[in-house]
Structure formats: C-alpha cells, structure tokens
Design a protein around this ligand. Sequence first.
Ligand code: GLY
Length: 374
Amino acid sequence: MNVLVIGGGVIGLSIARELHIAGVRDITVADKGTPGKEASWAAAGMLAPNAETEGVDDFYRFCSESNDLYPNFAESLHMDTGIDVGLDLAGTLQLAFDDNEADRLLKKYRRQKDAGLPTEMLSAEEVLRLEPEISSSVILGIYYPHDRQVDNRKLVAALLEYCRRNKISVLQDQQISSVTVESGRLTGAIGKTRRFSADLAILATGAWTSFIEIGDTGPISVDIKPIRGQMIAFETSDRLLKKVIYGNNCYLVPRADGRILVGATVEDVGFEKTVTDEAVSELTTSAAEILPETANLDIVEKWSGLRPRSTDELPIIGYVAGIDNLFIASGHYRNGILLAPLTAKMIAEKVVQNIDSPYFSIFSPERFNVRLAV
Ligand code: GLY
C-alpha cells in the first residue's frame, strides 16, 4: 500500500511512524515548508488533559488516553532514534492569585474530584513548599500529578529521525494543492512540483486544511481557522520551577535546560505570525505576577504559531464521506502535541487492521457535512 501523508507536523509524522510500525512500507510525507516548523515547533509541549479541560466528556477521555500513551511513545522514540524527547513527569500546578480564580478553581476541583480524576487541592503554603519561587500572593492551587510536559521540538526531531532511519520519505517545500479523485476513490495528489499517486492519503494539514481542493469540486468543506499563539522564553542558569504552572493569564513551562517558556495569546488574526510588542509586554507582566524572579531575566526568544481550530474546537479525525481512502486528522487546536500518539494509533489500526476506534464517530468530519460534493 502506498500512503501519502499530507502535512509534516507532529500529527502527520506520528501517523507515518505508526503506519510504519504496523507494517506499511511505502509512506511519503509531503510538507508545504519545513517539516515540523509550524504549530508543532511553536507549541509549549504541555500534556495537560486535566488542566486544559473543564468537564469529563469524550474530549477529556481522548486527551487523557493519549496522555497515557506518552511514556511508551517517548521511550520507544528514544530507543529507535537516540533522541530523548524530554518527557517530564513532574506534574502541573494550576494556581489562583485572586478570589474569583480561587472560587473557579475550587469548583473545578470538586467537579474533577467527584468524577474520580487525579487531582489534589493545595493551600498556599503547600504550593510554596513545592515551588518556593512562586509569588507569595498565591491563594491556592490544584496539583495534577498526571499532567506532564514534553519538549515538542525534540519530539519533532525524533519523529523526523525515525522517518529518516526507516526510509519514510519526508518532502519539504511540497505544498499539496489538491487531491485527485476518480469514481469516489482518491488516486493521488498534486504538489507544488510533482504529482503523487497514492492508495491512501491523510490530511494532517493543521491550520492549512481548508485550502486543500478535492478533485475538481473545490476546497474541502471543513472550516479550520488559524488561531495565533504568541510566546516568549526566559533563560535561567538555575531551574526556578519544577512543574508546569497555569496562572490566571498565562502558563509557565520550565524546561530541563533552565529555559522558562511563557504562553500564550489566543488570537483570531488569520495567517499572521508577527510577534507584537503588546503581547510580549502582557506575557512578561503575567509571568512576573506568578514568578517574580522573571522580572530580572532576559527574554531569549519570542515566537508565535497557528493553532488549527475547528468550529466546535474539537479535532476532526476520520474518512471523508464519499471517498473511502482519504482521511482527515486535523483541528487539534490547543492539544496537537498531546493528541498525536492516539490520533496516529487509531488511524494506523483502522488502515492496517480495520479496527474502528469509538473516537472516529465522535470526531468524524461528517459532523460538518464534509463529503465529496456530487
Ligand atoms: N495548549 C496550550 C496552548 O495552546 O496555548
């Protein structure tokens, strides 16, 4: 079987790897630019189903199951490529610095505790015992022992190395404008400099998904928007934090090398990746409210990325109705890094063993009436 993965971000590369593990040998990944250099590179690498969701619903379960796959995912990538992707199991703290936020977190904690989720309520003293550099104006915190972080840039490097070692062809600067379809079956795709034939294609095109044309019927009828996230990073010689911290207005992600990432804005500004002075100033102020020492640190990097957001903010994963050999795996919005292993697993199991994950019906493109126009 000849598979074309369109999009070389963390979702596309993870799918290519999982298909290879499942025995598929003829795999090409085509990226519009430099593989792994869009949202996958810009992310902060938080694996935070409990901090990032409010309720206990299908989406929470999906996030949580994918998080559970991470220790094996990271370990096997390390073994296969020699690259340690920096999976850090120290957990995550969500903190309140004012009464409104304390009230919101208390309610969230009770809801999660009642549902049996892994969560602990901490007093201000307990927070400061765990993380002494946090501002003493903290009121309370929730500790999520299972919410983690991974170094997303190392993760992308490991996935690319896996592809290189296993003869998965990864093409750069090969923007796919359309897929070709004959009698309800995908036959291939048209790239910037060449045509591809394929038995199966997967659109892992993130924020750029809505541009793909389906045969001569026009762009695919799926509405995914780019949502800009701007971030900054400080450098420290001593590690100031052990855990990922969520505050009222930003999150802080302490990397093993001493860098502290601070993010992120959520902006609907189209395909605009400029980093603005206003956002840098807001992130700097918000970071110092949580971790006062950052006021004395230099900003060593500023960047932004485009999260792919569907209209209901949920991923879109499944076959395009009317074309039984074209998948979409997109719209992962704030959780692309977290959701890569499970998205890849469910697609590989479907392609190779015809196993239907229950998540296909939940995240099906059909909820947006995505189909081959006739
Ligand atoms: N998951 C964090 C973000 O999207 O900013």
